[in-house]
Design a protein around this ligand. Structure first.
Ligand code: ADP
Ligand code: MG
Length: 716
């Protein structure tokens, strides 16, 4: 070890010399000057001293002040200056993979290095780091996974958890684990970084840990909402409630005021778009999906109008437009370039910037950094207000099933006990429901231990029901269509139903339907799109069939991602490609869908009235339910199967099922739930309960004899 220490010492000296040479070089000096202009730099000494004196430190400061790029770098530089360069090991977590990748690249370049030298990154399925990497940017999920195999994070000297104000479920989970770890690793430093000022919650969670705030300076920014923008155009948007014939609430009314301004072509296009826009089952997410920049959507028209308005009426300056994704950015760019006023590249600022609607607050800060300005929100004030609700920490508003599995995979104590130590604990009932669900689907056994299925599910970071389908699809060798089903359930509904073309859209979907299954309809639609893409006609195909091209592309890339995840589980060959070789059997896929969606199940009750066939649906928990109007099964007069499995229930006035697939008795019997050691009996009881409840005597009897056999088996 003495030799080892000597080697490390020598290496640390080398790193120190390297760092100094860079900082003294011409380029290095230039970058240092820029870094020194960031608000975070002024707090450098205070931050380093506080880290030295405390195990936990919380740093807050508004977006752009230099938290992410500078603070990990301060720590690394100071470690190198104190000749600990070769022994320090700093991990900085990011909630999103894209930021882990881009930030590490930026920091490496600020240090005059290539990525993978002292600075690296690691995200799921990808990474760039070397033996000498001392500062690693990774996703929160990666650090959690490391904790699985290395509970004490041996050798790690600093952990920086970034963007804690977002209150992502992974970050909240990580904080519980780290809080437990701190006493076991007294020399480990934990730094939490937040873009919101109210970081006291975190401070008190960590026993009154010190807080450093990085003061910033911003100019005033005036805010306008959609109402105000429309008013400029001579329209008034007023919320009102009306129930339409589908039982949906329509929330908005457009009314014309005496036009204050000449009504431009763009203004009427916006009006048309707003009329066509479907404001039903309204939520910030729906709003976000509405304002996507498809040519038939409201978003682009509004942007176009606004930009022309701004160019004509506002003082000179730059306009920052936030768009939701890469595709949108490039399509917006194409449109703007061919625009008479907006095509002038000197006037319009296409920046790419990753973000989420809910963080608009911070983005406004970004706009106000250089000079005063205006901020136009392309959504109404009440959507903005509704964000307050969506700002609830993720752990309090999302299903806890995956989290519970993760807790179990870390071999932690009882799930509810563990979660009671969270920053803000979810309700006990929510935890109990999640645990119960995991038992029903066979991921946990009766004593809350992970089953083999559960262990595989922890390797697939997605909702357990989706993971189950992938696993069975891999085992039964018909993965290709299953990848499409699972990807389809992970994106926005690819079947679009514009309100003014509802009928046409629903008829278009029916062409893909042959087997009483929305999920199989999607598989066909996707396969058709894939064919069309070969002739570069994917977009036309989507247009004709009322499909979202964006969702199709998303499905395409998710399929690849899911396939790599499955390779990681070892269930399929590492060289496998999902294409062609694998069998496509609709009965098999139906069974796999049932395996995933159970216990989302309802019984089909056929009846004949005035010689007309029809059916009604019933679930055990909620009694009668209805089908969402764009389900292919909603158009059928009869369903030749006794059961439907479904992904989601939506409660409006009645309870509606979104996508559904019809399944037979035997499929339900064999694939409903999961028979695994320890909970077979519970599972059979549950299934038996269903059958008895819906009074299907023949099958119930068959079933009872199966149970008796099983009981005998157990007894022997
Ligand atoms: P924070 O984490 O506090 O939001 P960052 O450390 O990400 O701030 O960014 C600080 C500043 O560094 C930004 O305001 C920006 O000017 C600059 N910056 C960050 N990333 C890049 C980049 N990839 N290229 C150029 N400048 C960057
Ligand atoms: Mg940041």
């Amino acid at each position: 070890t003495a030799i080892m220490e000597k080697i490390l010492w020598r290496r640390s000296l080398q790193l120190h010399a390297q760092q100094q040479a860079w900082q003294e070089s011409l380029e290095g000096r230039g970058i240092l000057e820029f870094r020194q202009s960031l608000p975070a730099y002024k707090e450098k000494d205070a931050i380093l001293t506080a880290i030295l004196q405390n195990q936990v430190l919380i740093i807050s400061g508004e977006t752009g002040c230099g938290k992410t790029t500078q603070i990990p770098q301060f720590i690394l530089e100071s470690e190198i200056d104190f000749v600990r360069g070769a022994v320090c090991n700093i991990i900085c977590t990011q909630p999103r993979r894209i930021s882990a990748m881009s930030v590490s690249e930026r920091v490496a370049s600020e240090r005059g290095e290539k990525l993978g030298e002292s600075v690296g990154y690691k995200v799921r399925l990808e990474g760039m780091r070397g033996k000498e990497t001392r500062l690693l940017f990774c996703t929160t999920g990666i650090l959690l996974r490391r904790l699985l195999i290395d509970r004490n994070l041996k050798g790690v000297t600093h952990i920086i958890v970034d963007e804690i104000h977002e209150r992502g479920i992974n970050e909240d989970f990580l904080l519980i684990v780290l809080k437990d770890l701190l006493p076991r690793r007294p020399e480990l430093k934990l730094i939490l970084m937040s873009a919101s000022l109210d970081a006291e919650l975190f401070s008190s969670y960590f026993g009154g840990a010190p807080l450093i705030h990085i003061p910033g300076f911003t100019h005033p920014v005036r805010i306008h909402f959609l109402e105000n923008i429309l008013e400029m155009m001579g329209y008034r948007l007023t919320p009102y409630n009306q129930i339409d014939d589908y039982g949906q609430e329509r929330m908005w009314k457009m009314s014309k005021q005496a036009p204050r301004k000449r009504k431009s072509q763009i203004a009427s296009a916006v009006e048309d778009a707003l009329r066509a826009a479907d404001f039903k089952d309204f939520s910030p997410q729906t709003w976000e999906s509405l304002s996507c920049w498809n040519p038939d959507c409201i978003g682009f028209n509004l942007i176009e109008y606004l930009l022309s308005y701004i160019c004509e009426n506002e003082r000179p300056g730059a306009v920052l437009v936030f768009v939701t994704g890469w595709d949108d950015i490039s399509s917006l760019k194409d449109k703007l370039q061919s625009h008479p006023i907006l095509g002038d590249p000197n006037r319009v600022s296409l920046l790419t910037c990753h973000g989420f609607l809910a963080s608009s607050e911070q983005r406004r800060g970004r706009a106000g950094r250089v000079e005063p300005g205006e901020c136009y929100h392309l959504y109404p004030r009440c959507v903005y207000d509704a964000f307050a609700e969506y700002q609830l920490p993720e752990i309090l508003r999302t299903p806890l099933q995956s989290l519970c599995l993760q807790i179990k995979s870390l071999k932690l104590e009882s799930i509810s006990e563990f979660l009671s130590r969270a920053l803000q604990s979810p309700e006990l009932l929510a935890v109990q429901n999640a645990v119960e669900y995991l038992k029903i689907i066979g991921a946990l056994d009766e004593s809350e231990n992970l089953t083999i299925l559960g262990r595989y599910l922890t390797m697939l970071p997605m909702e357990p029901k989706l993971g189950k389908m992938l696993i069975l699809g891999a085992i039964l060798n018909c993965l290709d269509p299953v990848l499409t089903v699972v990807a389809g359930l992970s994106v926005r509904d690819p079947f679009l139903t514009p309100l003014d073309k509802k009928d046409l859209a629903e008829t278009a979907k029916l062409q893909f339907s042959r087997d009483y299954s929305d999920h199989l309809a999607l598989v066909r639609a996707y396969e058709g799109w894939k064919e069309a893409e070969k002739d570069l006609a994917g977009y036309d195909y989507c247009w004709k069939n009322f499909l979202s091209a964006q969702s199709m592309k998303a499905i395409d890339s998710l399929r690849v991602e899911f396939l790599s995840l499955l390779k990681g589980t070892g269930l399929i060959d590492g060289n496998a490609t999902s294409c062609n070789t694998w069998s496509y059997d609709q009965h098999l896929i139906r069974a796999i869908i049932c395996y995933g969606l159970y216990p989302g199940i309802c019984s089909v009750v056929p009846h004949v009235q005035h010689n007309e066939k029809s059916f009604s649906l019933k679930t055990m928990e909620d009694g009668p339910v209805l089908l969402y109007s764009n389900s292919v099964n909603a158009r059928e007069s009869r369903i030749p199967y006794p059961w439907l499995v479904f992904n989601e229930k939506i409660k409006v006035n009645s309870i509606f099922l979104r996508d559904s697939t019809a399944v037979s008795d035997s499929v339900l019997l064999l694939f409903g739930g999961s028979i695994s050691r320890g909970n077979v009996d519970g599972h059979l009881k549950m299934l038996g309960g269903y059958l008895e409840f819906f009074m299907q005597p023949a099958i119930a009897e068959k079933f009872q004899s199966l149970r008796r056999e099983f009981d005998e088996l157990i007894q022997n």
